[in-house]
Design a protein around this ligand. Structure first.
Ligand SMILES: *Cc1c(COP(=O)(O)O)cnc(C)c1O
Length: 427
């Protein structure tokens, strides 16, 4: 049998990089044990919900056409609701992506004349067009829904004075983004989100608090619905799809909010009753079942990358010793060559399209070329190992995912190898 070292060497990772990785991994033993305990807890949470709802083989057969009486779909939604300790859920392959899920949740619960408040600063890029911060056809703004924003304080904490001054009669929904996404602020813990929601509700008890939960699911043992969120929203090609879901999104929360969302997603009068699951039920159950473990692997990968690149002298966000509330890791690569080498390493380690060389390219919505690395089973899936960054100083790469910890580790080691090969670093 070949040794583990030989196996890494065969894929293109040298002894010195393997050694560097081993030292880093050893230093993270306690962190990794804590992540495993979170995964263990969340695994039981999902298992309990599946047993309580008597998930059976019959739930795996899908519906077609209108999708009336789809027991598998309805039971899956109850499983999600139970895991999130919420009243109801909408979990549908017809929800295209996270942005779509957020748009449905917002548009469904706001009416002309209402105002949407972000108490956590600028939201995720794609939400700018949903809200109408950037002019866009079909935005909430076009429907007469206004928007207010309270920026975070310079240290990344909530500015309660600014938030309070932005709450008034017309304020109907608050949108709270848990993960920093591709911004530079810190991500919020569920506990912090709970404090924010308590404050918002103390100012306006009937304010609907929606959390953009993208990238956050199962990184902690509680979710925003455990601390007062009225809705929690995310994408199935991120954490909760467990890498298996081929598409879809979810909205989970208060019964009346979810009912509104269902009428918006399908049609007034139809709501949750329609929406064929086709052949996807079994995959969505299985992906959700695997999600706690898959997410844990991705979190380990993020911390491993942070620790390794800190050692190599790069600035990393968050730092390796930061408590994690999502799966995203940012690293300032300092030069275009280093950014490209990093992405080429991630690509070279992929199970799919490993032979492709990523090149920087102009992308809609970006003011500089962008380089992306992804060799995914599901197009655009960012619970799978992926990296991207705009080619402008400080050449930050955003890195996330990994269906298994071992693959995340291989990808990160390969990125270091590419930096070494390109003479960006020396060991
Ligand atoms: C990914 C993400 C979204 C939605 O993005 P999609 O690409 O439409 O799935 C929204 N908010 C945050 C914080 C995200 O990470």
């Amino acid at each position: 049998m070949e040794s583990l070292e030989t196996m890494y060497e065969r894929i293109g990772i040298s002894k010195e990089v393997i050694r560097l990785g081993a030292g880093t991994e050893a230093s993270l033993k306690e962190r990794f044990e804590a992540i495993d305990r979170t995964a263990e807890y969340n695994q039981l949470k999902v298992l309990h919900a599946m047993q309580k709802n008597r998930v059976a083989e019959a739930h795996f057969s899908g519906s077609t056409g209108y999708g009336y009486n789809d027991m598998g779909r309805d039971t899956l939604e109850q499983v999600y609701a139970d895991v999130f300790h919420a009243e109801a859920a909408l979990v549908r392959p017809q929800i295209t992506c996270g942005t779509h899920a957020l748009n449905v949740a917002l548009a469904a619960n706001l009416r002309p004349g209402d105002e949407l408040l972000s108490p956590v600063g600028k939201p995720y890029d794609t939400l700018e067009e949903v809200i109408g911060i950037r002019e866009s056809k079909g935005s909430l703004k076009e429907y007469g829904i206004s928007y207010a924003q309270a920026d975070l304080k310079p240290d990344g904490t909530f500015d309660y004075d600014a938030i309070a001054s932005n709450i008034h009669d017309r304020t109907k929904v608050a949108t709270i983004q848990r993960s920093k996404g591709y911004a530079t602020r810190p991500s919020f813990s569920v506990e912090q989100i709970g404090e924010l929601i308590a404050f918002l509700k103390s100012k306006k008890p009937d304010l609907i608090c929606m959390v953009d939960n993208c990238y956050g699911e199962f990184t902690e043992t509680i979710e925003p619905t455990d601390v007062g969120a009225d809705m929690c929203v995310g994408s199935l090609i991120k954490n909760p799809g467990g890498g298996l879901a081929p598409c879809g999104g979810y909205i989970v929360g208060r019964e009346d909010c979810i009912e509104q969302a269902a009428y918006r997603l399908s049609s007034p009068g139809l709501g949750k009753e329609v929406g064929a699951s086709l052949g996807l039920n079994q995959t969505l159950y299985q992906g959700f079942f695997l999600s706690p473990t898959v997410t844990a692997g991705a979190v380990k990968g993020a911390i491993f990358a942070a620790a390794l690149y800190e050692k190599l002298g790069f600035s990393v966000f968050p730092s390796s010793d930061t408590e994690r509330h999502d799966i995203i890791q940012a690293i300032d690569m300092k030069t275009p060559e280093a950014l490209k080498a990093f992405c080429r390493g991630i690509q070279a380690a992929a199970p799919v399209d490993s032979f492709v060389t990523p090149e920087p390219w102009a992308m809609p919505g970006y003011d500089s070329d962008v380089i992306m690395a992804a060799g995914a089973f599901v197009q655009g899936s960012s619970i799978e190992l992926s990296a991207d960054g705009p080619l402008k100083p400080p050449y930050t790469v955003f890195f996330q995912g990994g269906l298994t910890w071992y693959h995340a580790k291989t990808g990160i080691l390969f990125s270091v190898q590419k930096l070494l090969d390109a003479n960006v670093i020396s060991l």
